[in-house]
Design a protein around this ligand. Sequence first.
Ligand SMILES: NC(=O)c1ccc[n+]([C@@H]2O[C@H](COP(=O)([O-])OP(=O)(O)OC[C@H]3O[C@@H](n4cnc5c(N)ncnc54)[C@H](OP(=O)(O)O)[C@@H]3O)[C@@H](O)[C@H]2O)c1
Length: 343
Amino acid sequence: MYPVKDCQMLPNTMRALVLRDYDGKPENIGVAEMPMPRPGAGEVLVRIAASPVNPSDLMFIRGLYGFKKALPAIPGFEASGTVVAAGGGLMARLLVGRRVACAAADPGIAGGTWAQYLVTGASRCIPLHKDVDMEQGATLLVNPLTAWGLVEQARRGAHRAVVQTAAASALGRMIVRLARRFSIATINIVRRPEQVELLHKSGVEHVLNMNDATFDAELRDLCHSLGATISFDAVAGKLSARIIRAQPERSRLLIYGGLSQEPVRIEPGSLIFERKRVEGFWLSSWLRTKNALSRLRIAGKVQKLLATDLRTDIQARLPLEEAARGLEQYVTHMTSGKVLFLP
Ligand SMILES: NC(=O)c1ccc[n+]([C@@H]2O[C@H](COP(=O)([O-])OP(=O)(O)OC[C@H]3O[C@@H](n4cnc5c(N)ncnc54)[C@H](OP(=O)(O)O)[C@@H]3O)[C@@H](O)[C@H]2O)c1
């Protein structure tokens, strides 16, 4: 192992949030003393500074994510921190002492980011620019990169406008700003009047409440007048079918979240006669389509926008010991910003 000079004496244990069952019950997640993880070849040990709660973490805790880790497991998919040791390999050793954004969203990574330390692959760390603080750095890898990936789909297909659901989410607000940067209009769907007001106040023009009686007609008119031939859907369920119905022929619906926890039912005619397409979008798969150099290039561009288009609002900063309160606060106030654990 290659430790930095001032961290040669690493403790033998660390504090971490530990999940004991995938049943989503709060009593099955709590702080425990765990053995200090040791990095292997190509891996680094990161001392975690901050780690957010994202919808993907909630799905993971409930056993609904794309994979499960062996129990007891440490949840948390992304964080910021400082690399304090490397297990070998040039890339890993070059990261020692650097502030990084790091990811644990992979079944091959045993640990999670809701802990004092994480061992992860050097390739899953992005060195942070000097002007990016640990809080914004902690939220770099999931939402800002996804916003970039989704807006890239609209740019590549030369779509003039995008429909998006859960538009008042952290990611939704990033998509609005990023799309605007590339002159792509957005039609923003939310579920509460307060969210309509919130988006209007921040200068967003087209906002529709999915629970209004006029929603379907207004969505159809906007889709056709603005040429919204692609949509980004984080809600799924019945809403997906309503969007597909409203969009022009040959439109594309990308489902990237399942907030409604409902299945999607599409009329076959939309797919057959109107040649509309329904697909999934997952950041991990999209990143795999990029080589290491383009991943670094995209991460660089995204970091430059972290203070503006791709910024994340933070509603609470809590120690691991207050996990139950943090999770409850996030689940009941998702639109108010991210809850960060500061281990
Ligand atoms: N596929 C990928 O690779 C990928 C990557 C990153 C994120 N995501 C997905 O992106 C979505 C947004 O993430 P985020 O971190 O930006 O979320 P967030 O900031 O926590 O906000 C979640 C938003 O969704 C709304 N919402 C929750 N349940 C809903 C429902 N059943 N119907 C309609 N709206 C609902 C919330 O509104 P209320 O305040 O009314 O609850 C809130 O505005 C999530 O689904 C996440 O899983 C996917």
